[in-house]
Design a protein around this ligand. Structure first.
Ligand code: NAP
Length: 463
């Protein structure tokens, strides 16, 4: 072995993790907790100035206890051997740091950059103004640096009727945030411009639409139930939507979640309608077939009634309805995007892998791994990423022990290849403090700093 080319052992392993969301943080934790890896060094790199990905910019701000996972993830950053490097964009070198350069500088690279875009609805009119993705909307209300503060202010001030398409947990989050009063959101870490725009919003009628029935909905019961507990919004369900066919009834008999979900929906059908400022119309067996409108934006959504066959397949019944609407929020799932130079399964929106080993045309690519949503697709709860990370790190360490990792270039600090406005762990701690101070000024525990430049200024290295 030449002195310039080093084969790593567990004791001097250097790993770069691309993406500092839960998947990346859990991968770092799993590595440092592995036998004989206490001296390994892990750099967790993110294009954003702040760590924790969807825990900051996905989990709804009013879900305070889920958001507190942030504290658990933050404690991982306290461990010796781990560094956060924020504000670092990795690609093929076109705009950011080339992945190949990182691969040459570290013993292994783990891709944990998640699923940052949205699945398409693939219906005519989807691109009309006023048809927005839940991904964009969630980014805006969580204060993501990629969203403009005024992005939805004017739209919300004009939209009295909103359709939210999809019946997963993201759709429930979006509906709840739209339907809550200022008092119900005041304590959250939402930026002030978001609170103000939601307070000023003209929203009165919200249509939450699922193409299948209540038994098949993707949401979880706790999240669903919250829709019925809002201060100034009532829920309506059409009684014909709770009639279950044989395949749905079998699902309810088999699945506790489906049984609990349908029980919540049944209860809403039977409850007395309360007089509230906002109404949430939960509609099942309702498939959007096109959005209609003009240059000024969407005006209506045309839906077709569906039915579920005995075998469980869904088909249209030919019964159409046009629902006047001002805004459509498409919440039909996230989707991973391709990192140039890395194999990508376009169909599934994931990096092809075997237990976390990235697969190229000729089998595993040495030294390249993946975990989280970009490995398995956008599903599961935050904790699912922990188990996923353990599997990937196990594969990485097996390869290391078997001498299958490529040799890294040399012993110099691999971050010497990283240029640009880097926010390190100390920088993140300063941003964290600044957010807490901003929150304290408004009697909240924290207010998210949404402005990228402001975050970079606070987080920039100090000599
Ligand atoms: P999801 O759970 O996959 O739900 C997507 C929804 O979109 C489903 O109802 C699906 O219906 C519907 N859909 C897909 N394509 C459609 C189409 N062409 N037309 C109409 N409807 C369509 O996705 P998500 O809500 O984005 O959530 C992603 C993950 O994050 C999930 O694992 C979720 O549990 C998790 N999450 C959890 C929380 C929480 O725990 N509080 C909060 C937010 C997100 P079909 O089933 O008929 O395809």
């Amino acid at each position: 072995m030449t002195s310039a080319m080093r084969s790593a052992s567990r004791d001097d392993l250097r790993v770069a993790i691309i993406g500092a969301g839960p998947a990346g943080m859990y991968a770092a934790e799993a590595l440092l907790a592995s036998d004989h890896c206490q001296n390994a060094r892990v750099d967790v790199i993110d294009r954003l100035p702040t760590p924790f990905g969807l825990v900051r910019y996905g989990v709804a701000p009013d879900h305070v206890s889920i958001r507190s996972v942030r504290d658990t993830l933050d404690r991982i950053l306290d461990r010796p051997g781990i560094r956060f490097l924020g504000g670092v964009h990795v690609d093929d070198g076109t705009r950011g740091i080339p992945l190949d350069l990182l691969r040459a500088s570290y013993d292994a690279v783990v891709l944990t950059y998640g699923a940052s875009t949205d699945r398409s609805l693939a219906i005519p009119g989807e691109d009309l103004a006023g048809s927005i993705s839940a991904t964009e909307f969630v980014r805006w209300y969580t204060g993501h640096p990629d969203s403009r503060p005024d992005e939805f202010t004017s739209l919300l001030s004009r939209a009295s009727r909103i359709a939210v398409i999809g019946v997963g947990n993201v759709a429930v989050d979006v509906v709840r945030i739209l339907a809550k009063t200022r008092a119900e959101l005041e304590h959250t870490d939402m930026p002030e411009h978001v609170l103000a725009a939601l307070e000023e919003s003209a929203v009165r009628e919200i249509y939450l639409m699922g193409r299948r029935g209540p038994a098949e909905a993707a949401w979880t019961t706790k999240e669903l139930r919250e829709l019925g507990e809002l201060a100034d919004a009532s829920v309506r369900v059409d009684p014909r939507d709770i009639v279950l066919g044989p395949s749905s009834a079998a699902l309810v008999a088999d699945s506790k979640v489906a049984a609990r979900n349908t029980a919540v929906i049944d209860q809403w059908v039977n409850q007395e309608a309360a007089h509230c400022s906002r109404t949430i119309h939960v509609r099942f067996f309702t498939k959007p077939v096109r959005l209609e409108g003009g240059a000024h934006g969407v005006e209506s959504v045309v839906v077709e009634r569906t039915e579920i066959s005995e075998s469980g397949s869904v088909s249209g019944t030919g019964e159409f309805e046009t629902i006047p609407i001002d805004v459509v929020i498409r919440s039909v799932g996230y989707r991973g995007i391709e990192l140039p130079g890395v194999p990508f399964d376009v169909q599934r929106g994931v990096v092809p892998n075997d237990q976390g080993r990235v697969l190229g045309p000729n089998g595993p690519i040495r030294g390249l791994y993946t975990s989280g949503w970009i490995k398995r697709g956008p599903s599961g709860i935050i904790g699912t990423n922990k188990k996923d990370a353990v599997e990937t790190i196990k594969a990485l360490l097996e390869d290391l022990d078997a001498g299958h990792l490529p040799r890294r270039r040399d012993d110099s600090d691999p971050t010497s290849v990283i240029t640009g406005p880097v926010v390190d762990t100390q920088g993140w701690r300063r941003i964290d403090e600044a957010e807490k101070e901003l929150g304290a000024q408004r009697s909240r525990s924290r207010t998210t700093i949404h402005d990228r430049e402001a975050a970079l200024r606070v987080g920039a290295p100090r000599d």
